[in-house]
Design a protein around this ligand. Structure first.
Ligand SMILES: Nc1ncnc2c1ncn2[C@@H]1O[C@H](COP(=O)(O)OP(=O)(O)OP(=O)(O)O)[C@@H](O)[C@H]1O
Ligand SMILES: [Mg+2]
Length: 430
């Protein structure tokens, strides 16, 4: 099968060099039994990739067992993975096979592997190395012929450094890694993928998509897509449903993109007029169907997460880096809609005790004229920056403060040096 045929068959859209590399790697590894680690942000296509690898392999006639390691409660994960014997714990009325036995002859997809408890990690390592495992409550050794595909949206090496992930398991998994790039790093793919979703949803909702203006198209491509392809899919669905048969201009599109606008304002919520629903079936909830409410709820949740992360990040940075004088200079340019109980409200206070109560260590307070200017220009004209802008800014400031010493800068930022290198690369910083 060539690359185009594979992409067609598994719905993997994209012509970018990055996606071609991913597809080439899928083709290289699928004929083997080698363990594969899929790494990428949420919504980049890890599931799709795992399914393609299994389906192209000789194991395709047997099962692909998908396990979300982050979603199984810690108390039962061992028996879920490896099974248990009758009577091995309260409620174990019958012996039961675990996922590894169910996947015998097939593939197991261990999603969110970074969230696996450490005592289970050692057992995973054994299965990976020898195919051997024990059911809970049994001393009999079982073996299963299982191909393992693991996925993570975390930096596993960072988890190793934090003591949350076993180093030996990390090396075992890291041999063949497929890195799925975020959508913003493959902008050429955005329009073709969007088109696919629009076609799909137009037929599902029996709606006609009228296209969009050049400006809207530019925005679609330049937007940073924090939720990647899943977010693009959601936006396509919302446009098809909520902007039924409308020509989409930039302002309309903007309402559906959450990352770029002023976080914390209600502007980035889709505006839903009652007219949109008049012909639609009512679910008895104020005339809005469950699906509509779902869309709104999701938008709210996503927005809330971004804001609180950003507030915490800013508060931590500001408090650990700025002098009291600099702190006093901030309020005129900082957002004012902050909940007084929220951590970032401490930005407005300048007592050492509030720094301590936040558990933030403060370096000796030097005054930096230059930094003042940077802070002013960074916030100028904006209510609040995007998370990425803020992150980039923080990194630049830390490097400047420590005269390019990356070890000190990474310590000040509270990240590993490796993460700092990755970020420097990501943001093209020298
Ligand atoms: N290259 C692609 N072309 C078209 N659609 C894609 C592509 N990659 C992923 N998708 C679609 O994007 C959505 C998200 O993909 P998927 O579930 O595989 O992401 P994921 O990386 O597993 O996300 P998560 O980390 O949240 O589990 C799915 O609807 C999938 O079909
Ligand atoms: Mg997934």
């Amino acid at each position: 099968m060539d690359r185009e045929a594979l992409q067609e068959r598994y719905g993997i859209i994209g012509e970018s060099a990055a996606i071609k590399q991913v597809v080439d790697k899928i083709m290289q590894v699928s004929g083997t039994d080698i363990t594969v680690l899929l790494q990428g942000e949420s919504g980049v296509g890890k599931d799709v990739t795992a399914r393609a690898i299994h389906s192209l392999s000789k194991r395709t006639r047997n099962d692909l067992v998908i396990v979300n390691c982050g979603a199984i409660p810690e108390g039962i994960i061992e028996s879920e993975l490896f099974g248990h014997e009758k009577g091995s714990f309260t409620g174990a009325h019958e012996a039961r096979k675990g996922y590894f036995e169910k996947a015998d002859g097939g593939t197991i997809f261990l999603d969110e592997i970074g969230d696996t408890p450490k005592n289970i990690q050692v057992k995973l390592l054994r299965v990976l190395e020898s195919g051997e495992f024990f059911r809970v409550g049994s001393s009999k050794m079982y073996t299963a012929d299982v191909r393992v595909i693991a996925a993570t949206n975390k930096d596993l090496w960072e988890l190793v450094q934090q003591g949350k992930f076993r180093e030996d398991l990390y090396y075992r998994l890291d041999t063949v890694k497929i890195k799925l790039p975020p959508l913003r790093d493959r902008q050429d793919d955005i329009i073709p993928i969007f088109r696919k979703f629009v076609t799909e949803f137009s037929s599902k909702y029996d709606s006609v998509f009228q296209g969009f203006s050049d400006e809207a198209k530019e925005l679609l491509v330049s937007y940073r897509w924090p939720g990647n392809i899943r977010e693009l899919r959601n936006v396509a669905e919302q446009l098809v449903v909520l902007e039924k048969s409308q020509f989409i201009d930039k302002d309309t599109l903007q309402k559906y993109l959450k990352g770029r606008q002023h976080l914390g304002s209600a502007d980035n919520l889709p505006v839903l007029s009652r007219n949109d629903y008049e012909e639609e079936e009512s679910s008895g909830f104020d005339g809005h169907s469950g699906a509509d409410m779902g869309i709104i709820y999701r938008a709210l949740l996503e927005m809330q997460g971004d804001i609180s992360d950003l507030k915490k990040m800013l508060a931590k940075f500001v408090y650990s880096t700025f002098s009291d004088k600099e702190l006093k200079a901030l309020p005129s340019t900082m957002p004012r809609d902050i909940d007084p109980n929220d951590i970032s409200s401490h930005i407005y206070r300048d007592s050492q005790s509030s720094k301590e109560s936040l558990g933030i260590s403060t370096p000796a307070d030097h005054h930096h004229e230059k930094d003042d200017d940077d802070v002013e220009s960074f916030f100028a004209g904006k209510e609040i920056p995007s998370i990425e802008e803020a992150e980039k800014f923080l990194i630049e400031q830390a490097l400047k403060r420590y005269e390019g010493n990356r070890r000190k800068a990474s310590e000040a930022l509270g990240v590993s040096e490796r993460t700092l290198y990755r970020k420097l690369d990501q943001y093209d910083l020298q």
